[in-house]
Design a protein around this ligand. Structure first.
Ligand SMILES: [Zn+2]
Length: 290
């Protein structure tokens, strides 16, 4: 079994801004065999003291930080990389306060950096297939365990003043995708399901009325939570519920107040860590998304 990527390895590998920039250049332009300007096969060289490379034949310049989360930053790349290392290494999230303390930037900068990092983690378009568990939860606010309340048959998606609904789809032995939704009605949930789940897949849900249309496109299995049933052979939503506990642990533990505006980003962070929970070097996966 390979070991986790340690802080010692990380420090050795990314000891200064030059190697960090070089990493980004390689990630973004490794496939560049010919200069885009003079079309000749060249080895790009670094412009001294600038975050820029040039073609030794025609002096065409390439700025690898352009269109990345590092564009126009005044924070050294080594600190960015370290923040990304901490982000990747933390199981339940790392707070802006912690980044402020560890890398010595202001709270505002730390907060912005974390959101830039989270912005790399959007849900992709790859379809979920096989058996997929679907469920919703409510996050934020003060009341705990409102989960069962919403399961009143025929109820029109309740409003939970201080809580925000999140809709999750988890492929067994695969990945999870979760979306912040305005409410838990059919119109809010089904577009996500239909655009992220492959046709003819099997979906497991509880008896919530909003899941009704699933049967038109999928094999729909239902668990009767209102009858106190939690698993019926293979029919269960236990795994997606386990994912919700990760979401809640992160949101309640590390990020004390999360505004609705940023909630999707935090959910993406939890999904990213959940989907890569068996990977040993999350930093590498993260930096590859830059
Ligand atoms: Zn050139």
């Amino acid at each position: 079994m390979t070991k986790n990527y340690t802080i010692t390895q990380f420090r050795k590998e990314y000891s200064n801004d030059d190697v960090c920039l070089d990493k980004i250049f390689r990630l973004k332009f490794d496939g560049l065999k010919n200069c885009p300007s003079c079309k000749q096969p060249v080895m790009f060289k670094r412009v001294t003291k600038r975050t820029c490379y040039y073609c030794p034949r025609c002096y065409h310049q390439i700025h690898p930080l352009k269109n990345t989360i590092f564009e126009k930053t005044t924070t050294p790349l080594t600190l960015w990389f370290y923040a990304m290392y901490l982000f990747a290494a933390s199981k339940n999230g790392v707070s802006a306060k912690e980044i402020e303390r560890q890398i010595g930037v202001t709270y505002k900068t730390a907060f912005r950096m974390l959101h830039k990092i989270r912005s790399l983690l959007e849900n992709d378009l790859e379809l979920l297939d096989g058996i997929i568990e679907l469920d919703e939860t409510f996050v934020g606010g003060k009341n705990k365990n409102r989960h069962r309340d919403k399961k009143v048959q025929g109820c029109q998606g309740r409003s939970f003043k201080d809580k925000t609904p999140v809709f999750g789809m988890l492929q067994r032995d695969g990945k999870v995708k979760a979306f912040v939704v305005p409410n838990t009605n059919t119109e809010s949930l089904m577009p996500h399901a239909f655009s992220h789940i492959a046709e003819n897949a099997t979906v497991c849900t509880d008896e919530w009325y909003a899941y009704e249309p699933l049967r038109h496109k999928y094999t729909h299995e239902q668990i009767q939570h209102n009858k106190g049933e939690y698993a019926n052979g293979n029919i269960t939503t236990n795994r997606v519920e386990n994912y919700w506990s990760n979401v809640k642990r992160t949101l309640n533990g590390t990020y004390i107040t999360v505004s609705k505006k940023y909630l999707q980003n935090y959910v993406n962070e939890v999904s990213f860590k959940f989907n890569h929970r068996k990977d040993k070097n999350l930093f590498d996966i993260l930096i590859n998304k830059v």
